[in-house]
Design a protein around this ligand. Structure first.
Ligand code: UD1
Ligand code: MG
Length: 446
């Protein structure tokens, strides 16, 4: 069995993001860029993963868990950053070491797999991932030899006018022979225009040792490096296109794909229909045949098969809808379980509650779950009928088959099959409306 290690460079602060958050912690599709890279690498089942982080980046450390951490205290170049990973290797040996950047979140496991495969087949010291970019601007250029092998990587800042014409660029991703990696890295010098240790110099060093270097190409769209908020938005757009395509391939109808925003972890069943303008935050699972109508915002929710949600529904974390539940317009749910076939169709807030199967929650119902200090639970049984405009003051239990009268403020438990009426009794004054109108008109005539 060949052993594979991964080194993820994530020490950069990302000055151009203008942010207090380390660059790699900015999210696309609801997940930090670093986690995208970690999760993609995980598909190769590596034996060891090292995340190289900077000093005082606790968020990066947390996102890297449970993988090994290495620290680069001063940013002295990509070669130096890889050298800093060495202590995190201990005395373990690896056949291949894959180096990726934490700010290049769209790379696919297929591409990484092709690179590892190429390294094994060719026994090259280094396999570099190239991309065609026009204009190639600041990227390092991949200079091939006559046989099509990689001769050298030349940084744009060091390149002659002829080399600047080369449009095959270094994405930064490399797979390196684990037997020689740190020997090569130790020999990198900083005698260049930036005074940095360039990882790219290992190609020339390996060639000097009589070893081979190879190029694998991938589309530039997959290799976008995020340095600014504009890049972040571009990466988000590409990822959304991928997620939408995958959703449709899996049997979900997106009536207007461009207006549906998915999270990286959104799970959609078969024959789901999503109308235009729906947003998914992290942690949503949608069962088969669910309909989600326009302008709904859904996060941290599980929606059972056959349910209908929206339009204008807001499902917050902890919303669990069983099969065939209906949640309609201007309904907000939070930390609530709705049993099979339960309905809350209009203008309702249900929080910290359970609603039994087949219960109907009338328009304007509110679970009064918060008193400014604590949160309290509302438990509604099966087949209950909550009248319109009921306030259920928690903690409270409404039994199976119970009813609350419209407009009630319910403050104590309601037994099964009982009806609770908690509102002022109606008083009728015959003729008083007409008397009132006449009096007002008489005043106007004066
Ligand atoms: C690097 C490559 C260049 C390639 C480009 C692709 C080198 C010398 N150059 O250039 O050939 O075309 O990426 O985007 O490798 N990092 C650290 N510590 C450091 C320096 C960098 O962790 O000391 C991390 C950065 O956070 C970033 C990545 O390594 O994620 C690349 O660094 P960056 O400074 O952007 O390299 P480039 O100059 O763009
Ligand atoms: Mg860069």
């Amino acid at each position: 069995m060949k052993r594979l290690a991964v080194v993820i460079l994530a020490a950069g602060k990302g000055t151009r993001m203008q942010s207090d958050l380390p660059k790699v912690m900015h999210e696309i599709a609801g997940k930090p860029m670093l986690r995208h890279v970690i999760d993609t690498c995980a598909r190769l089942a590596p034996d060891h993963v090292v995340v190289v982080t900077g000093p005082e980046m606790p968020a990066v450390e947390a996102a890297a868990a449970p993988h090994a951490l290495a620290y680069q205290l001063e940013q002295r170049g990509t070669g130096h950053a890889v050298g800093c990973a060495r202590p995190a290797f201990g005395d373990q040996g690896f056949d291949e070491v894959l180096v990726v950047y934490g700010d290049t979140p769209l790379i696919t496991s297929q591409t990484l797999g092709r690179m590892v495969e190429e390294r094994r087949l060719s026994n090259a010291a280094v396999v570099v991932l190239g991309m065609r970019v026009a204009p190639p601007n600041a990227y390092g250029r991949l200079v091939p030899d006559a046989a099509g092998n990689l001769d050298a990587i030349v940084e744009a800042t060091e390149a002659s006018p002829e080399i600047l014409q080369v449009d095959l660029c270094n994405s930064g991703v490399m797979v390196i022979d684990g037997g020689v990696l740190f020997d090569l890295v130790d020999r990198i010098k900083d005698d260049n225009s930036k005074g940095e240790f360039y990882l790219t110099d290992i190609v020339g060093l390996a060639r000097g040792d009589g070893r081979l270097a190879r190029i694998v190409e991938a589309p530039a769209r997959e290799l976008i490096g995020v340095n600014s908020r504009v890049d972040l938005a571009a990466a988000e757009a590409i990822l959304q296109e991928r997620l939408r395509a995958a959703a449709m391939a899996g049997g979900t109808t997106l009536v207007d794909p461009a207006s549906v925003f998915l999270a990286a972890d959104t799970v959609l069943g078969r024959d789901v229909v999503i109308q235009p303008n729906v947003v998914f935050g992290a942690g949503v699972t949608v069962g088969d045949r669910v309909q989600i109508k326009s302008f709904s915002y859904i996060e941290g929710a599980s929606i059972g098969a056959g349910a209908i949600v929206g339009p204008f529904a807001r499902l917050r974390p902890g919303s669990v809808l069983a099969e065939d539940v209906h949640v309609g317009n201007f309904v907000e749910l939070k930390n609530v379980q709705l049993g099979r076939g339960a309905k809350a169709n209009h203008l309702t807030y249900l929080g910290d509650a359970t609603v039994g199967a087949g219960s109907n929650i009338g328009a304007g119902t509110i679970t009064v779950n918060y008193d400014g200090f604590g949160k309290y639970r509302t438990e509604i049984g099966e087949r209950a009928f909550i009248g319109s405009n009921s306030s259920l003051v928690a903690p409270i239990k409404i039994g199976d088959g119970a009813m609350t009268a419209a407009g009630s403020v319910v403050t104590s438990d309601v037994a099964a099959d009982a009806i609770a009426i908690a509102r002022a009794r109606q008083v009728d004054k015959p003729g008083r409306a007409a008397e009132f109108r006449n009096a007002q008109r008489a005043k106007l005539k004066k």
